[in-house]
Write a protein of this length. Structure first.
Length: 152
């Protein structure tokens, strides 16, 4: 049976992991501010989670970045780009700097687009011009088309 002796009790220290400068809130804001939704993903209406694994080295820089589960359409490459921009405060464990394996995910969600007013009209003007031939005695006619598209 162990005895709790206050003279022999040691303060337990746990391993520290590197932290993003500013904490979790700053990390989330950094991701939100730096992710650019890929055009290919916008065109194909792709959204979802990209899972990333990376290593924070002993000076707080990101190395060995890889996608563990991706969604494609340019989202994976964008997630890699943003993760490589991160800078962590290095962690020392009992005075020794160390590399730490980290995992995160980035959520790609399609932006909400404003819907046009239901009573607005779009007008398209289309004009064709046929070039005049120098050998032709008569000029060629010009065609003009007007289209009005009603929304709603």
């Amino acid at each position: 049976m162990k005895h709790n002796d206050p003279k022999n009790s040691k303060k337990k220290t746990f391993l520290r992991v590197p932290t993003f400068t500013g904490g979790k809130e700053a990390y989330l804001n950094f991701i939100k501010d730096n992710v650019v939704y890929p055009e290919q993903a916008l065109l194909n209406k792709v959204e979802g989670l990209v899972y990333i694994s990376y290593t924070v080295d002993n000076i707080g820089e990101i190395i060995d970045v890889e996608i563990t589960k991706g969604i494609g359409y340019g989202c994976d490459e964008e997630a890699l780009r943003v993760i490589r921009l991160l800078k962590y405060e290095p962690a020392r464990n009992r005075g020794v700097k160390m590399k730490v394996q980290m995992k995160t995910r980035i959520h790609f969600k399609l932006p909400e687009t404003a819907q046009p007013a239901s009573n607005s009209n779009l007008q398209l003007n289309y004009t064709t011009a046929v070039p005049e031939n120098a050998n032709s005695p008569e000029p060629k006619p010009q065609a003009v088309y007007n289209y009005t598209i009603k929304l709603g």
